[in-house]
Write a protein that binds this ligand. Structure first.
Ligand code: AQP
Length: 326
């Protein structure tokens, strides 16, 4: 069985972009792959976090994994900082990566706002991500399109080490969906939907209630043409909403164009509100059942033990090939 690894940062509640780009794949893959899904809290502290809030967000994200359908009987679910191998391997990879390649990462440029000085952790974020993946001898990494550059870097680092040392790592492939791989912000369709964006109406979180969903969708930026047509370049706002509609309702984009011929954005948005509310209702319900349960903590503890056992095998190989330790 091929091994799958992916993670989400506990930087806020998971939104439709995270769900449609990544989490949907987590569920799809778990029947015929060995899946490892992580809550990457060490990534979250690359920007300042309130410790109490971070703790809550870790459990929120874990509960949402389960609420969308990740099954702990089929998949390992755990918190990154509970497995020491992530930090350990990250240092080894840091020593085998270059400032030039890291400065080219677009996410770093965006998050550091091109400032001359930025937190080192933000700069080395992709190296920690490479460590997460390589630690589990991962074959497949299901992620959204925004992670393409980071996956490429992970492959480069793995190949570089494999070519100069004994074969140490499995070189992974990213898995990107055709539709939903990049959901854009509702208030600015040129930016990706993001957990940490200031405007709450820029995103739909999986835990939003129907009133919030309605407000965010009805306020969503479109254009003045008033025609429901998929054209990302010229009509990014409505195209983004059509994408969400298409994936959640299972209706092809061409069919949406036909169904809404002669209708306005108001009609389309009202229908989209209903589709999103219906899709998210069972997720919210399941989340409420498990969020404060002892079961959730047990699942994470058990996941950490299982993840640790796998990671130790990789770390033993890494230490041997690098001549580290006794
Ligand atoms: N807008 C998006 N559309 C499709 N996929 C997305 N992903 C993120 N945003 C979109 C995918 O979700 C997974 C988890 O992302 P993450 O939490 O690790 O970090 P991120 O990519 O930085 O996501 P956010 O929501 O924008 O968080 P913040 O605001 O904290 O930076 C990844 O697979 C990602 O591709």
């Amino acid at each position: 069985m091929k091994r799958v690894f992916s993670g989400v940062q506990p930087t806020g509640n998971i939104h439709l972009g995270n769900y449609l780009g990544a989490l949907r794949q987590f569920v799809e893959l778990q029947d015929d792959h060995e899946c490892i899904y992580c809550i990457v809290d060490m990534h979250a502290i690359t920007v300042p976090q309130d410790p109490k809030v971070l703790k809550e967000h870790i459990l929120d994200v874990a509960a949402l994994y389960l609420a969308v359908g990740v099954d702990p009987k089929k998949s390992i679910v755990f918190v990154q900082s509970d497995v020491p191998g992530h930090a350990e391997l990250s240092w080894v990879l840091t020593c085998n990566s270059y400032t030039g390649e890291l400065s080219r990462m677009t996410q770093f440029k965006a998050k550091s706002h091109n400032k001359e000085s930025a937190p080192t952790g933000l700069f080395t974020y992709p190296v920690l991500m490479a460590a997460d993946i390589l630690l589990y001898a991962t074959d497949i990494v299901p992620v959204g399109n925004d992670q393409k550059q980071h996956i490429e870097l992970c492959r480069d680092i793995a190949n570089r080490i494999n070519n100069t040392r004994k074969k140490t790592f499995v070189v992974p492939d990213g898995r990107f969906l055709k539709e939903g791989a990049r959901i854009m912000a509702l208030d600015d369709p040129t930016q990706k939907m993001s957990k940490s964006a200031e405007n709450i109406h820029s995103r739909i979180s999986l835990l939003d209630d129907p009133a919030k969903i309605k407000k965010s969708i009805m306020k969503a930026t479109t254009d003045s043409e008033g025609v429901i047509r998929f054209d990302v370049e010229n009509k990014p706002g409505i195209s983004n909403l059509m994408n969400i509609y298409s994936v959640l309702a299972g209706v092809p984009l061409e069919q949406i164009e036909k169904d809404y011929e002669g209708k306005g954005y108001g009609d389309f948005k009202k229908d989209l509100v209903e589709i999103v509310v219906n899709a998210l209702a069972p997720i919210r319900e399941r989340y409420e059942e498990i969020r404060h349960s002892d079961e959730l903590i047990e699942i994470l503890k058990d996941g950490a033990v299982r993840a640790n056992a796998i990671s130790e095998k990789t770390m033993a190989r890494v230490k041997k090939n690098f001549g580290l330790g006794l």
